[in-house]
Design a protein around this ligand. Structure first.
Ligand code: ATP
Ligand code: MG
Length: 421
């Protein structure tokens, strides 16, 4: 049986990677505008890092990780996300010693044993940022603005920013208890998953795709009505910053991340036409995470964008520009001697930074001319028997059809002054 790519993985052929490269270039441009530097961490880490850094009760850790023992018997996991690794690197390189804000971005593959479908894969690619070191609400607003500018410059509209605050270890336990009290006599009205969530991670019940709406109607207490003064103040400032730069948002009290190290701002950016996979960007503040992973208490915030989903969105909206094809100088050569010359000229052109091609399929003169047309050559250089005898070549401008004779050792210089692309 033929071997195929593993379920939930994809090959991207050169025409498709061209779309990726456009997106990657735009991302890098925005990152540099906002002062973020790229960080690259390993594809796999000690499993322990993700247990602590993502949390043992999350779906990612309980159901989705690719975990294996290496030959030394150590438990390793293919990274399901990148925040934990960035935090590990931050600590390993003792960057907390410098009193400043650290701004990292990353782009790369993540691995989760998800159920494959459109917009959901087992190997997928995230672009994300982590801004570590400051609690200032301007930081929260700046990274949201950054995601928005990226989307806007890609031409995307119709994106909705959902915003919430999940409080802090001071106000959240009080809220958690309120939730438990509220549901104490209503547990039979909740789905099985929610009953489990109430045990392990009560805040996540509001996130329920089945019953979330119903709970709102039941009058479930909301975190935003139960924030302590500091958290309320932070949340209001984030909103004020966003408003001041014209970024619209919807307050969404059901948007929660229940783990203790998530604090304050939580947000998602959705593109509704993607249906069940409509979240293009998810992010939040994690002031307790660095301590959880073993470092000194340090605030941080980040987001991650699913790049496949973003590309699907761009494609759906017709926002991917047509792939720009480079036009070569195509050297048509007949006979062994001409061919040997053509090979050397091709190399000399390339070394001057000029895209050049020759025939590699043993085609006739006519066939080679056809190839030149197919490749949309800007110039065709023709070296036939007569030309060889007189040490010249015919250079044809494929757009104007003008043809001139140039000495063989003058072709590179000619192209340097004439070739546009
Ligand atoms: P979902 O609810 O869709 O599973 P998530 O909460 O697991 O998303 P995050 O961990 O917040 O997602 O990851 C950030 C982004 O990465 C998501 O918003 C999405 O765009 C993308 N993403 C997550 N899982 C996948 C996947 N299996 N395939 C493709 N993209 C994904
Ligand atoms: Mg998921």
């Amino acid at each position: 049986m033929a071997i195929t790519a593993p379920r939930g993985t994809q090959d991207f052929l050169p025409e498709q990677t061209a779309d990726w490269q456009i997106l990657e270039a735009k991302i890098r441009q925005i990152c540099s505008l906002y002062g973020f530097g790229e960080i690259r961490t390993p594809m796999f880490e000690s499993t322990e890092l993700f247990l602590r850094g993502i949390g043992e009760t999350t779906d990612v850790v309980t159901k989705e990780m690719y975990t294996f023992n290496d030959r030394g018997g150590r438990s390793m996991t293919l990274r399901p996300e990148n925040t934990a690794s960035v935090v590990r690197a931050f600590l390993e390189h003792k960057l907390y010693g410098e009193q400043k804000v650290h701004k990292f971005y990353y782009m790369g593959p993540m691995f989760r044993h998800d159920r494959p479908q459109a917009g959901r894969y087992r190997q997928f690619t995230q672009f994300g940022v982590e801004e570590i070191g400051s609690k200032d609400p301007a930081v929260d607003a700046e990274i949201i603005a950054m995601a928005f500018q990226l989307f806007r410059e890609l031409g995307l509209t119709d994106l909705v920013l959902h915003l919430n605050s999940v409080g802090c270890p001071k106000c959240r336990p009080v809220y958690r208890q309120k939730l438990l009290d509220f549901f104490a006599d209503k547990r039979d009205q909740l789905c099985e998953d929610c009953n489990e969530r109430l045990e392990k991670n009560p805040l996540r019940v509001l996130d329920c795709k089945e019953d979330g709406e119903k709970m709102m109607q039941m009058g479930v207490p909301l975190i935003t009505d139960n924030l302590c003064d500091d958290c309320r103040d932070h949340f209001q400032k984030v909103q004020a910053y966003l408003t001041s730069i014209g970024i619209p948002f919807e307050l969404d009290p059901r948007l929660v991340r229940g783990l203790d190290y998530y604090t304050n701002t939580a947000f998602e950016i959705m593109y509704a036409p993607l249906g069940a996979q409509s979240t293009v960007c998810g992010g939040g503040r994690y002031d307790g995470l660095i301590e959880e992973v073993g470092g000194p208490s340090t605030p941080g915030i980040g987001f991650a964008i699913g790049m496949e989903r973003l590309l699907l969105t761009l494609k759906e909206q017709g926002l991917l520009p047509p792939v720009e094809k480079k036009q070569p100088v195509f050297i048509v050569a007949l006979g062994d001697e001409a061919r040997a010359k053509a090979f050397c000229i091709q190399q000399a052109l390339r070394e001057k930074g000029i895209y050049a091609e020759i025939d590699l399929m043993g085609r006739s003169m006519k066939g080679q001319m056809k190839s030149a047309n197919k490749m949309d050559a800007e110039y065709t250089v023709i070296i036939g028997e007569d030309e060889l005898a007189s040490h010249t070549a015919q250079i044809r401008n494929m757009a104007t059809k003008e043809q001139i004779s140039v000495p063989l050792d003058g072709i590179v210089a000619y192209m340097e002054t004439h070739k546009k692309g």
